[in-house]
Design a protein around this ligand. Structure first.
Ligand SMILES: Nc1ncnc2c1ncn2[C@@H]1O[C@H](COP(=O)(O)OP(=O)(O)OP(=O)(O)O)[C@@H](O)[C@H]1O
Ligand SMILES: [Mg+2]
Length: 269
């Protein structure tokens, strides 16, 4: 089948590896951050130390939750891991490549092919339909219009929004917008999914559907990091990484994983 997902699994130009979900070298972390620091400089010499020497290792195919008080640095960390922002200092290696050493072209390849990002505030284009919003990242990958539309339809179908494809964000509920944002992150079939409070604005039924979807993506071998404020949501993952004041305070395996009670589309799981 000549679908869009094929191009996604093109060999990694720098390492020769194919970053196909589940095929990455199991012994090597997919994410390895060491002594990450992020200082935001505000006016009048004010500084905010959002990350203060954070260390983190994530193995390929892991499904983990990031928890911590408001302002502890969770979104800052996720943006750096998603290559959307750079740390002030420290090392971040993605599959063994030092991200700071990548040129702009290679960085945008990584952003577009390897990583799917779900923003805390959706970041949808207001004038574009759900379908157009989801198809947009594929345009940056040179996927043709028809394949873009098909991939976007599939992704929206997967989050249970097949009947809302033509709606613009202001014609959707908060939970539906959240699902469009998740579909957009999935459309490129990334091997790493970074999601900032993906269930934060959802009712519990829709939240369960999203967790069911994440479970399925995890079973496909994708690496998932999800920020959440809810302990019972975090317990759907394999590991809870607790952040406080810009460092990892604890990392705990989830011994009794919760299972989603609903799968996307409303089928009982
Ligand atoms: N662009 C920015 N400029 C200045 N300070 C910032 C910026 N972004 C975040 N901060 C500050 O950095 C700290 C960490 O913010 P961050 O958004 O990472 O927290 P968070 O853990 O995601 O919180 P929440 O749970 O409320 O989303 C906060 O004190 C915040 O005010
Ligand atoms: Mg945040």
């Amino acid at each position: 089948m000549n679908d869009a997902s094929h191009a996604n699994h093109a060999p990694n130009a720098m390492t020769g590896d194919a970053p196909t979900p589940g095929q990455a070298a199991a012994s090597r972390p997919v994410i390895e951050a060491h002594d990450l620091r992020k200082v935001y400089t505000l006016g009048a010499g004010m500084e905010v130390h959002a990350l203060r020497g954070l260390d983190l290792r994530v193995m390929p195919g892991e499904y983990a939750a990031i928890m911590g008080p408001s302002g502890s640095g969770k979104s800052t960390l996720l943006q750096i891991l998603g290559c959307l922002d750079t740390p002030t200092s420290g090392s971040y290696q993605l599959s063994g490549e030092e991200v700071a050493d990548l040129d702009e072209e290679r960085l945008s390849q990584v952003r577009n092919r390897r990583i799917g990002f779900v923003f805390q505030a959706y970041n949808l284009l207001g004038r574009a339909s759900a379908l157009e919003n989801v198809a947009l990242p594929l345009m940056y990958r040179g996927v043709n219009a028809r394949a873009r539309r098909d991939a976007a339809r599939n992704a929206l179908d997967r989050v249970g929004l097949a009947d809302r494809m033509g709606h613009r964000p202001n014609e959707l509920s908060g939970g539906q917008k959240q699902r469009v944002a998740i579909a957009r992150a999935l459309a490129t079939e990334p091997d790493i999914l970074l999601a900032d409070e993906p269930t934060g604005n959802l009712d519990s039924k829709t939240g369960q559907e999203i967790l069911g979807l994440f479970d399925a993506l995890h079973a496909e071998g994708r690496t998932i990091l999800m920020v959440t404020h809810e302990e019972d949501v975090a317990e759907h993952t394999e590991r809870i990484i607790r952040i406080r004041d810009g460092v990892v305070e604890a990392s705990e395996s989830v011994t009794q994983r919760r299972r989603p009670t609903l799968m996307p589309g409303g089928a009982e799981g």
